[in-house]
Design a protein around this ligand. Structure first.
Ligand code: ZN
Length: 253
């Protein structure tokens, strides 16, 4: 039997230390696998503030830099700058089994980011969908790509004026990590590090989380891909810069 390579409880305990009263912030749902019971965690900072964002990570268990980014966002007190205006909801690790076993899929061998249109999706997806009941100004999904030479992103939204946000993010990230400038990335056409969406999402057989977020009324849905080629510190730094740029963009609107 394979042994776990990471311990999700280390992450939860790092996050828990940031709150004086854990019960105020943590909501946990349990997830049964054949190996053990996992918790699915959600917490909210700045409850009731006017701008709303959802920041999620770890839906692909073998992409730990997003999980680490959320820890660092809290540990480095990066919320302070946004604490008057933003309500931030965090899903720090949507696939805790995958995180522990370094697997993209969950304990049932499912790629969770393919089940957001399914009538009977995995438990982790039901949990993620429950956080998307009310629309956000922005949802940010933190991923990483093993094949990519640099940072890139997907963006979706109903306001074309927000299309400039993708470029703003990449311009800021470029200071620490190169951008993937290929005209094709991960099987999609791309331009200057931004994936170009050609298909009408509603007609697709399956949806990733970003499509469900758009469907539920989120104004701008970002899927951010940092490059696994680089060190963990750099991958995290690039994601933190991207989050900071995205929140600042909406703060200034
Ligand atoms: Zn991913």
């Amino acid at each position: 039997m394979n042994l776990p390579k990471n311990d999700i409880n280390v992450i939860f305990s790092r996050l828990g230390k940031q709150f004086s009263n854990e019960n105020d912030f943590f909501e946990s749902h349990s997830l049964e696998s054949s190996k053990k019971k996992y918790s699915l965690i959600k917490f909210i900072l700045g409850k009731g503030n006017k701008h709303k964002a959802l920041i999620s990570a770890g839906i692909h268990g073998d992409e730990p830099s997003g999980v680490e980014t959320i820890c660092k966002f809290l540990e480095n007190n990066q919320f302070e700058k946004f604490s008057k205006e933003w309500e931030l909801t965090f899903l720090p690790c949507l696939n805790p089994y995958g995180y522990e076993y370094e697997s993209r899929e969950n304990h049932e061998g499912k790629d969770l980011n393919r089940f957001f249109k399914d009538y009977n999706p995995p438990h982790e997806v039901i949990f993620a969908k429950s956080t998307l009941e009310n629309p956000y100004d922005i949802t940010i999904e933190l991923h990483e790509d093993f094949m990519s030479s640099g940072y890139y992103l997907y963006q979706l939204g109903n306001y074309s004026e927000d299309d400039q946000l993708g470029n703003k993010i990449l311009k800021a990230v470029k200071e620490v990590m190169p951008i993937n400038l290929n005209s094709e990335i991960d099987g999609h056409s791309a331009e200057a590090g931004i994936i170009l969406h050609k298909t009408e999402f509603k007609s697709m057989d399956w949806w990733p989380m970003a499509y469900y977020s758009l469907y539920k009324g989120t104004r701008r849905c970002l899927t951010l891909e940092t490059a696994t080629n680089f060190s963990m510190d750099l991958r995290v730094e690039a994601h933190l810069i991207a989050i900071n740029t995205a929140l600042t963009y909406f703060s200034e609107k």
